[in-house]
Design a protein around this ligand. Structure first.
Ligand code: GDP
Ligand code: MG
Length: 186
């Protein structure tokens, strides 16, 4: 009986699995936030993208057989986590991006993780965070080891993936879909 009632309620705003999900991409300039966003939305790699363009894009997706309107905020902070109020309570999940071939971007990602950890101390439900090492195609030139990044991810209690915006689409899609799944878990 209760499961039938659950079905009737599906789609209701009080449902545990919201039909909308707001994702925010954060990280140092040049880490590939826009390239990942464009890849997720169009399956294509665009190598030149306006570095000063911050925007929100919407895409209708089906994640685990459930339709969801995914909104992606592609940020472009030039000085780390400043004016973070604009996305902190809007987000249902955060993707903190760095580039595996750039140590500064990895350090920068930790500033974002600290800001988000502070936010999650008081904000309920706690907003899930995914640490994303981008530019996996540059594996030969990496100063940031997978092991170091895993250690940071576990310290901040977040998921961790390495991807490349210019390699396969499904790996990039997987990261965005994992963000939706985590957000659904509330
Ligand atoms: P953003 O400032 O974080 O939005 O970074 P962009 O998406 O604008 O990317 C910065 C630069 O890195 C651009 O020249 C992109 O072409 C390049 N780029 C982005 N993703 C990748 C990637 O996965 N691999 C490689 N080799 N270059 C990438
Ligand atoms: Mg950008």
């Amino acid at each position: 009986m209760s499961s039938m009632f659950g079905k009737v309620k599906a789609g209701n705003s009080a449902d545990r699995s919201p039909a909308e999900c707001n994702l925010v991409l954060l990280g140092a300039m040049g880490s590939g936030k826009s390239a990942l966003t464009v890849k997720f939305l169009t399956k294509r790699f665009i190598c030149e993208y306006d570095p000063y363009l911050e925007d929100i894009y919407t895409s209708e997706e089906i994640v685990d057989q459930q339709p969801v309107t995914v909104r992606v905020m592609d940020t472009c902070d030039q000085e780390g986590p400043v004016n973070s109020e604009r996305y902190l309570s809007w987000a249902n999940a955060f993707l903190v991006v760095y580039s595996i071939n750039n140590m500064e971007s990895f350090k920068g990602s930790q500033l974002y993780l600290q800001t988000l950890a502070l936010h999650n101390k008081t904000f309920r439900p706690r907003t899930p965070i995914i640490l994303v090492g981008n530019k996996l195609d540059m594996d030969r030139y990496r100063p940031v080891s997978q092991c170091d990044a895993e250690a940071v991810a576990s310290r901040f209690g977040c998921l961790f993936f390495e991807v490349s915006a210019c390699l396969d689409f499904l790996s990039v899609q997987h990261v965005f879909y994992e963000a939706v799944r985590r957000a659904r878990q509330g």
